[in-house]
Design a protein. Structure first.
Length: 202
């Protein structure tokens, strides 16, 4: 278990009155909110790895998970956020892929202040989605997404691996991938995971 004050683990129960086809946007909305809060509080301007990891210098600062839950006829979304904040080191198994705000800034961050800022921006972004500003959200997301215009590897639930090129994000927040055979498909985060293709050192 993480030492008190070294990380953030928080959840939101979101039940906004939005169209069903836009529910997948809530993960992207949360990623934007977290990224903006980190930048405001620490000055670190990180990037989003599609759909919902926050990276700085290609290392993971924060992960976001979304799960749909039903209560009678109502469908709600539970968003969980886990972030390395004041940890002075990360476990050996993750050293090459993870980092913390403290490691990057050498400064202690007030986790309560950061958590409150995240909550404020989640509320702001969800309201934007409810008010029909999806195009603006998508533009902001695309501008902050490190996955786009990169060679990627798509890992299927069946263990398959396919190379592709990340071309864009569609209106539902899905990744648009171009394959070597010339085919273009949308990729849903619920079905696959995506990793930027690793490059050999020069």
């Amino acid at each position: 278990m993480a030492e008190a004050g070294t990380g953030i683990a928080m959840s939101f129960l979101l039940k906004p009155q939005i169209e069903a086809q836009n529910s997948s946007m809530l993960t992207l909305v949360t990623a934007l909110a977290v990224n903006k809060a980190i930048c405001e509080i620490t000055g670190i301007c990180a990037k989003i790895k599609w759909p919902n990891d926050i990276l700085f210098r290609q290392k993971k600062l924060c992960g976001i998970l979304a799960e749909l839950v039903k209560n009678g006829t109502r469908t709600m979304t539970v968003i969980g956020i886990g972030m390395n904040v004041n940890a002075a080191e990360v476990s050996d198994a993750w050293m090459q892929r993870a980092t913390s705000l403290f490691i990057e800034t050498r400064a202690v961050t007030d986790v309560n202040e950061l958590g409150a800022c995240i909550a404020e921006h989640v509320h702001e972004r969800v309201n934007m989605l409810k008010q029909g500003e999806k195009d603006r959200i998508l533009r902001d997301y695309i501008n902050n997404c490190s996955t786009l215009n990169q060679e990627i590897t798509i890992h299927g639930a069946d263990g398959s691996k396919v190379k592709a090129f990340a071309e864009g994000i569609d209106e539902h927040g899905r990744l648009i991938a171009a394959f070597p055979n010339g085919e273009t498909k949308t990729v849903d985060a619920a079905d696959v995971s995506v990793r930027t293709a690793e490059r050999m050192p020069e």
